[in-house]
Design a protein around this ligand. Structure first.
Ligand code: SPV
Ligand code: MN
Length: 650
């Protein structure tokens, strides 16, 4: 069990402010009357003490309190422009922000959980002992905001008042970070104190970019203090490292759900989207995918898009699984975003009327360009590494792409045409019927399959594997990506898995409300499935079909073919769905996509078994599922050979 408020609180230790009275003195000494007045509205004394300690420690030249008013947001936009953190682009409301070339993605090797002596951690995470983190903060953070303004904002991770929403503070010397926070999170300045009382907790985030030079980046740290639910980020600007309202607080939410809300809440790296089915019914999905694997695209395929990155779940009094998006905006990868695959997003990016912060794309004459946009590329411009021209090589002789693979766009989700803004803002959340898990899997699992029961569903999540993507600095190879949430699971994986089994097997669900759990895989290649070459077997737009089939299955309109890995679609049920996207779906393609490649699946099960065998206290149910699936698969192989097509099983 993780203990809260355990060990020295670093901010207090370094700042030295212990009481509300002392905090108030700091405010009257350091803040102009206007900002004192704004802060006077906040009454949560722990929050005020943390803010005062941040001021004392970081020693900013000025402090600005962001109430979320249009005037304050405009002040933040201007501050970011004045400091050169963002530059205006040709289109109204568009700006460009560049992160240093060394800081283009999450700095996984510089990201640590602060732990107390003896605490159990995820085997996939890095940790730092409390006293070492304290040493770092003492060495690098005093005076780190000299000559800069500290901006303080109050946000809600979710609609105010929702069961699983948690309020949080973002403190940063970066205008870009606060500007991003305003687009991505709900400002809850007016509701902050009430929300702290309702939720019983709040998160604190402190970021300082310092001089933001390449020489400083090796000293960059992203620290998450699990016991005090406080993050520290230094010497970097990439939002995944600095706007810790996002993944820093997601990690705390995972802890919170796992250790304090078992069978009550889950906190997942999932999109949320709704699909309109026959008769106009709406079916809501939540789906996990590792970073950079098409999660945003999948989410936007829905008719009622809610969120593209994070989801907070609970089971309501009627036994219905509900979800909210802790965010209200999108920090989306732009590579391969184009008219064909992402029409609504393209309307925002190329049309008028949407505020967009671009990062790390190519700028030419004030216009952003990126790889895979389906447009004619300019021959030169300025991008994340400085001046760029077609054919430019880096110091190692490798081509420099026009835009960084992890270049992004930040905008309000409500700007997207199919965003269901009213539903997304409803504190009641949306009712989730389908949970999906996916990764970049070139050869093993079919495009879609449905678990036969909750245990097998949890095992699908536990067994995601994926090719590395550009969202983490230095990541390569094919990795295990449990629930696509592993980078954000602080505690032991076994604890998290236990919470998953408990949640999805909960008796609070009825047969009618228990969600179905499915696997999705868009990344099979011809060469790996009996054809030729590395080309993908499917297209981006096929996502609509896989979700469409799940929509029908979840509502009992179609049946699946029962296989050892779960229910697979029947060919004839897919043909109609493909017709809906104006595509002819051949039996031959179906066989390539859905035949069971038994040796590959068994090897995958063995790999997972071996890997989890190294963790302590993994729930035995996982192994029971793996063993049952393996023996059923081997029995099939004995009858039909190593590649079993679906016509054998129906
Ligand atoms: C991801 O990489 O999963 C993201 C962006 O959603 S980041 O904020 O870097 O985590
Ligand atoms: Mn993400």
């Amino acid at each position: 069990m993780l203990e809260l408020r355990k060990g020295e609180e670093i901010l207090l230790t370094v700042g030295g402010i212990q009481t509300l009275d002392e905090a108030r003195k700091v405010f009257s000494n350091h803040l102009p009357a206007s900002e004192q007045k704004k802060l006077a509205t906040i009454t949560t004394s722990d929050a005020l003490v943390k803010i005062a300690n941040s001021i004392v420690m970081c020693r900013p030249e000025a402090v600005y309190v962001n109430t979320g008013s249009e005037e304050d947001i405009q002040w933040i936009r201007n501050y970011s422009l004045q400091r050169g953190e963002e530059r205006r682009l040709a289109k109204d409301g568009h700006t460009i922000h560049f992160d240093l070339p060394q800081d283009q993605a999450r700095l996984v090797n510089q990201t640590f959980y602060i732990i107390n002596e003896g605490e159990k951690m995820s085997s996939l995470a890095k940790s730092v002992l409390r006293r070492d983190a304290l040493d770092y903060v003492r060495q690098f953070m005093p005076g780190i905001m000299a000559g800069m303004t500290m901006i303080i904002g109050f946000y809600s991770r979710g609609p105010v008042g929702a069961e699983a929403s948690v309020p949080a503070i973002e403190i940063s010397s970066s205008g870009y970070v606060l500007h991003s926070a305003e687009l991505l999170y709900r400002n809850c300045y007016a509701d902050f104190d009430a929300e702290v009382v309702r939720a019983g907790l709040f998160f604190t985030n402190l970021h300082a970019q310092g001089d933001n030079t390449p020489e400083d980046v090796p000293n960059a740290r992203i620290f998450m203090d699990r016991s005090w639910m406080t993050t520290f980020a230094t010497f970097c600007t990439y939002a995944g490292n600095t706007l810790l309202l996002k993944k820093g607080n997601h990690r705390f939410s995972v802890d919170y759900a796992t250790y304090w809300k078992p069978e009550e809440q889950l906190s997942e790296h999932m999109f949320i989207t709704g699909l309109t089915g026959p008769g106009g019914r709406k079916t809501f999905f939540a789906g996990a995918a590792p970073s950079g694997c098409g999660k945003t695209t999948t989410a936007m395929v829905g008719t009622d898009f809610i969120g593209d990155d994070l989801a907070q779940f609970w089971i309501d009094g009627a036994g219905v699984l509900r979800a909210i998006n802790p965010e209200k905006g999108i920090f989306g990868i732009v590579e391969d975003v184009n008219r064909e695959g992402d029409p609504y997003l393209m309307d925002c990016l190329r049309g008028d009327g949407t505020e967009v912060i671009w990062s790390n794309v190519l700028i030419k004459d004030g216009v952003p360009y990126w790889v895979g946009n389906g447009e004619k590329a300019p021959s030169d411009g300025v991008n994340f590494q400085g001046p760029w021209h077609q054919g430019k090589l880096d110091a190692n002789g490798k081509p420099v792409p026009m835009s960084h693979k992890n270049s992004r766009c930040t905008l309000l989700a409500s700007a997207i045409a199919n965003h269901a803004t009213e539903l997304a803002e409803d504190p009641a959340g949306v009712p989730i019927k389908v949970i999906t898990y996916s990764g970049r899997d070139a050869d093993t699992m079919p495009p879609v399959w449905v678990a036969r029961n909750a245990d097998e569903g949890v095992a699908i999540g536990a067994s995601i594997v994926s090719k590395a993507t550009a969202t983490e600095v230095g990541a390569t190879g094919v990795n295990r990506q449990p629930w696509a949430n592993a980078p954000f699971i602080p505690g032991a994986l076994a604890d998290y898995m236990h919470a998953q089994f408990t949640f999805f097997n909960s008796n609070k669900f009825s047969a009618a409300t228990r969600p179905i759990m499915a696997g999705l895989n868009y990344f099979l290649t011809h060469g790996n499935r009996g054809g030729q070459g590395n080309g993908l077997l499917g297209e981006k737009k096929d996502v609509k079909v896989w979700l469409g089939w799940l929509e029908l299955f979840a509502n009992g309109d179609v049946e699946g073919i029962s296989t050892p890995i779960g229910y697979l679609p029947k060919y004839e049920d897919l043909v109609g769905l493909f017709a809906g996207i104006a595509k002819n779906y051949s039996r031959e393609l179906y066989d390539m996509q859905f035949a069971l490649y038994i040796d590959l699946i068994v090897a995958r099960l063995d790999l997972q078994r071996a890997a989890y065998g190294k963790e302590v206290d993994v729930p035995p149910t996982l192994y029971t599922v793996y063993e049952r699936q393996k023996s059923e698969l081997l029995a099939l192989k004995a009858s039909w050979g190593a590649v079993v097509s679906m016509d054998k099983l129906r």
